[in-house]
Design a protein around this ligand. Sequence first.
Ligand SMILES: [Fe+2]
Ligand SMILES: [Fe+2]
Length: 422
Amino acid sequence: MEISFTGIANPHSIGAFGVDANAKILQRYRFIHERLMFISAAQLPARHNWDVKTAMGRHIYEDAEAADQLRTRVSHLRTPLANVGQEPDPALTLLMDEILHAHTDSEWLAGVYTVIKPALIEAYRSHIQRTQQIVDQPTIRILRSILLDLEEQVNWGEAVIAHLKNEGEWEEAGSEELCTLLKRCILAAGGMSNEMKRSSEIPERIRSFQVYQLPKKSQREARMGETTLYRTSMGMKFEKPNEDRLVGMMRVRQEEMTAAELIAAVLWSQKGMPWAFYRDLARHLWDEVRHALFGQAALEAEGLNWRSRPQYTSDYDINIEKIPSAQYAWLSIGIEEGAMKRPGKVGEFEFCRDQVKHPLMTQFQDYDWADEVVHASFGRTWTPELFGEELGFIREVAKHELDHFFSEVRKAEEIAAAEDEI
Ligand SMILES: [Fe+2]
Ligand SMILES: [Fe+2]
């Protein structure tokens, strides 16, 4: 290992990019990650496969973090912060518009994990090698860390595609058509970094003719059966009342996918907020998906088949008609700030630790509580900006939203009970 130059190899060579050229290329990378964050959020409620949905949650967060680091780096390369959010290239915009309109899980997976992300990996590896190693070390460090995420994401994508093909669940036709178009967009853009000869012929749209509409109902795997607007737990009989509550808690965690989907809807449909708002929502979204994974892990560790139970989708399905600021106030102030009061989140943690003494759920609830403290504070930061009002007013709004929500849940429960009697 080189000990001079802090261990930086090849310090004497001239790099491929001056400041202006570098800033322009990094703007393109920033744009792709930022758009992927928004588009994946828009797609999340429409996708079916559970493992795909959970991975989307994680990748939304990783794309947000990548975009955040690249934004900062671009702003340090003589680019005014005000210009950092711009769209750098119409061919890249078309690329993103078309993947936004993926119709199936297969199209989404093929487009993101066999075309767009592999093209980013190739571009970043080349960028890291060819840039001047001393002057551009801050970029190298950022791209290296993003590469770690991208490589893991693409490996996961390849594995899930192979699995779906094996199971006979892969839809080839649409995926192939979409991928061909996406590749043409990248060629028209001169590659991700615009260093190849770009074509002056911009491909035609094949899917993105209309404004994207979020689904009215969030989707789950068909094999999981009907979704429900009220909670059904695991439908089991228990000897002790504590067991009932413990398994019920695991199941409520697993059902938090619907909270993630509601945040996804806000992330996509609330326009015009500062970048930090969207970055916070991406973290919030992934936290809710992680909470769903806590529940999945806890239930599966007990040998309980949660996939055989009706999937609860109320947070999204009941609130989707509301405007995004009301959706966000309902969750962050109504539910999450509300859970900061005893018994709330601390009560759930103490129940697992002291009453049922369940080590795995104790750990899950410990972190769930920590995450919810963050979400309540995000809510207190952003809802006043969304409403242009003080928190006292927003707590009133959240109260109305909670009343509306729980009356809809009760209605659904009553209808189901009446149907059962017939
Ligand atoms: Fe949660
Ligand atoms: Fe939360």
